[in-house]
Write a protein that binds this ligand. Structure first.
Ligand SMILES: Nc1ncnc2c1ncn2[C@@H]1O[C@H](COP(=O)(O)OP(=O)(O)O)[C@@H](O)[C@H]1O
Ligand SMILES: [Mg+2]
Length: 372
């Protein structure tokens, strides 16, 4: 598309950055600069080999465009593989490792070769979600290369990227032969929403709930609407996240009207796709098997039957999976532990009220007097 001399087109974008560059430079500037020079030469070589164009290679970062999605991924994986081979003799803490993000999105190219556009921002921030030594792909890109990836890719959830409004579905892939254990992923994959307000009180409740979740595989928070079940389950999930290496997933059921659609809702949160002609629950149970996953089923009360059935079969299929449910009534599934969420003590409830009122109206005063 041509617009005022600017060309916009769908392009595969690669963005890369050295993990822990400042730390590496502080520890060994000479060695790091030499390793960076080698890495840059590798990028130039592999990008050219895939018909790509280097847009920018300033400092410790790389930005490149490719005519094909497959070319971008092949270049990214080839660089990671070569870097891994080259750094094998170096002590782990001195190794130069890069994070690479690859995205398929709209790019505006100016006549001078510089590039702009939403797609470029997504690629640049995707990179921060990659494991050092790994490649993080957006789902848009993953969909067009998944049939021909040399190694396994793993869904890393819908994650928020800095300055990008909508969460982006991500896939992580490691170079062939790499063991996942060598590459601690940047974060536990998760789709937990960013909490924009501070969490008030609840120290005892969190500690109690954490203990219950240690002993039980299904913990149901009970209580009336507004008491704080959802918020408490998100805080608890955030706290225990490191124990669930395969991810922590929130499934919002409030707007779901049909209990038969519960498995579908869970599957889409986990990025599980059904096989043609088979029920989605089958793919879901297969996926959960052997995975360390924590699922949060939020707002179960109007779909008790559907949630109970799903919880029962998930707990049977996945021995390492755990569930947190929030509901006005228990699911009544074998193995369920319930926890009645108490109201916030008055002083904390007041604090919550005042903080929210201030957020809405910065000069709000709790004593009712007008601000000066
Ligand atoms: N401990 C807390 N600290 C801060 N905000 C809270 C806390 N508990 C609840 N809230 C807020 O109060 C509102 C209602 O809580 P929520 O968890 O949604 O209740 P429920 O799920 O029981 O209906 C939400 O806006 C939530 O963020
Ligand atoms: Mg709720």
């Amino acid at each position: 598309m041509e617009q005022g001399g600017l060309r916009q087109r769908l392009t595969a974008i690669l963005a890369a950055d050295v993990a822990g560059y400042t730390r590496l430079m502080a520890a060994d500037a000479g060695g790091t600069v030499a390793a960076l020079e080698e890495a840059r030469a590798l990028f130039h070589e592999q990008i050219a080999a895939q018909g790509g164009r280097v847009v920018d290679m300033a400092g410790d970062s790389v930005l490149a465009l490719f005519e094909s999605a497959a070319g971008a991924v092949d270049a990214a994986l080839a660089v990671q593989k070569a870097l891994e081979a080259a750094s094998r003799a170096t002590a782990a803490e001195r190794r130069l490792r890069v994070r690479i993000g690859v995205h398929l999105g709209d790019v505006i190219e100016k006549a001078d070769g510089s590039i702009y556009g939403h797609g470029v921002n997504v690629a640049a921030h995707l990179q921060t979600k990659a494991a050092p030594g790994g490649v993080c792909m957006s789902e848009a890109l993953y969909e067009s290369v998944k049939e021909r990836l040399p190694g396994a890719a793993r869904f890393a959830g819908r994650q928020r990227l800095k300055n990008i409004e909508e969460p982006v579905a991500l896939w992580q892939v490691l170079p062939e032969g790499a063991s996942a254990a060598d590459y601690a992923l940047a974060d536990t994959p998760n789709n937990l929403p960013l909490q924009l307000t501070s969490f008030i009180g609840r120290d005892d409740e969190l500690a109690d709930a954490a203990k219950l979740l240690e002993r039980s595989r299904l913990l149901t928070f009970l209580g009336t609407g507004g008491i704080g079940k959802s918020r408490l389950s998100l805080e608890l999930a955030g706290q225990v996240m490191p124990q669930f290496t395969d991810g922590v997933w929130l499934v919002e059921l409030a707007t779901l009207r049909d209990a038969r659609l519960v498995p579908q809702a869970v599957a889409s949160a986990l990025g599980v796709k059904e096989a043609a002609g088979r029920p989605v629950s089958e793919a879901l149970l297969h996926h959960v098997k052997d995975r360390q996953i924590l699922l949060i089923l939020d707002n179960c009360e109007h779909l008790l039957q559907g949630c109970a059935e799903l919880a029962r079969s998930l707990l049977q299929a996945g021995r390492a999976a755990k569930l947190i449910a929030s509901s006005r009534e228990p699911l009544r599934v074998a193995g369920e532990t319930t926890y009645a969420v108490p109201a916030l003590p008055q002083s904390e409830a007041e604090r919550l009220f005042v903080e929210r009122a201030r957020a809405a109206k910065p000069d709000f005063r709790a004593d009712g007097s007008a601000a000066a």
